[in-house]
Design a protein around this ligand. Sequence first.
Ligand code: FBP
Length: 552
Amino acid sequence: MNKSPLQIARYAYNPKLPQILREDLNKICASKGGATSAASDGEAISRLFPNTYGLPKVEFVKGENKKDEKTYNVGVILSGGQAPGGHNVICGLYDALKKANPANQLFGFCGGPSGILEDKFIILNDEIINEYRNTGGFDMIQSGRTKLETQEQFAVCSEVCKKHSINAIVIIGGDDSNTNAAVLAEYFKAKGENVCVVGCPKTIDGDLKNEFIETSFGFDTACKTYSELIGNIERDANSAQKYWHFIRLMGRSASHIALECAIQTQPNICIVGEEVEAKNQSLEDITNYIASVVAKRAENGNNFGVCLVPEGLIEFIPSVKVLISEINDLVAENEKEFGALATTASKIAYIESLLTTDSKRVFNSLPQAIEAQLLLDRDPHGNVQVSLIETEKLLIETVKAKLAAMKKEGKYCGKFATQNHFFGYEGRCAFPSNFDSDYCYSLGYNAFLLIRDNLTGYISSVRNLSAPADQWLAGGIPITMMMNMEQRHGEQKPVIKKALVELDGAPFKYFESKREIWAVDTCFTYPGAIQYFGPSEVCDRTTSTLALENAK
Ligand code: FBP
């Protein structure tokens, strides 16, 4: 493997562990709280998880633990989209496992959850692990989006575990993957098979968080990477003073990334999908708002600016949400006929003919490119892939049209020359920030302790993250505790509740209190590149989202 100087320097970085995890493994004990219950729908969830529901929360504390003579064969799986720090979760898990007993083995299932189903793995050793310490990407074992959810799949997992004497599985993934980890844990318990299943909270989207999981890993590095790029664009905009830049940011449904980047870079506009939905705003409302800011800045001689758009915005506009859900159903119900259509035009015409009158009107109001993007392949859940919809271009078009209409009415709107950008993949495999390097390593190391104490159905939890790493708290949360029942594919399913931006939460409140000033004045801030070496206040800084949420 060719190595850059930074990669070589990062190998030497020693991730910081919480104080408790620095103890000798035999001196760390699980302190258990009382029985827990689900976030809501406790009765239904307790029926579905008779063996793993109601388990206590666990915190690791100093104490005497029995000498562990057991040999562990652990399987690890990376699930879903890449997020900076994934390799460090594996490195932390590996180091703890080998520290407990050098004979313990770590099986890296390749290509995501399909790796265990196809029995495709590599045995991780020092040579492999040392190539990936503190590096971005998931390329050590790759990831995938296969869902582990059916009884047949679980039976295959069980066979593979028996074949290799695997007694624990760590699933590193988002809300759905951790939900599936809980279902798999329940399956093994119900069958009386002693395979411990532990989850780890991953996703750049930042939407896997709650009282016990302060943030998912990867969010910190991804937001810092995008903020660096946005800051650079802001400086370019302020230097040339001739373009409005429309920047779409990844994050799937949730607007956490856009909001965090807005706080870090202070752009003129940031649309928050959750607010659009709460205020029942239409595409026209959003367009009018942006056009009014453009005109106001033009009055002050500022024919430039920056507007951030979360990639999930389109799904939050109520009328478009209804349209998308109709299209999802129509595509699923008419899969064969729809799939046989050869051209985009014929697909558009076909769907249009089946839409309800209101949705047809909304569909027809969109530019043809967006109509086509709404019909692209669905994800494994049957949902539209928001990363493929160019909402920033849609807004440029609607704002242009609005400004033209305003000019006709005699309003001064200045010039509106635009550039569009989409930042997503640029941030998912960056070298993890010090925070993500430390957090991920701790999550992996901690996952081994959960396995050692046979805490199946738990998610690795490292908390108190705004404090220096040595003060972080480590433990485990029963996954069922974070669940509620939701309608999925026409059925009620137990799932981890997705955390969207809360409009009464501290990050949004902060943004709301500033946005009017940022809109008209030029208040850009330039965060610069992630720093890995240097003063702690620069290198170990966490996200504003975490700082504001933890300050409450
Ligand atoms: P996860 O939810 O699996 O962590 O993935 C997050 C994400 O990066 C989203 O922000 C984005 O919409 C999606 O993955 C893109 O998916 P893909 O990698 O399949 O193009």
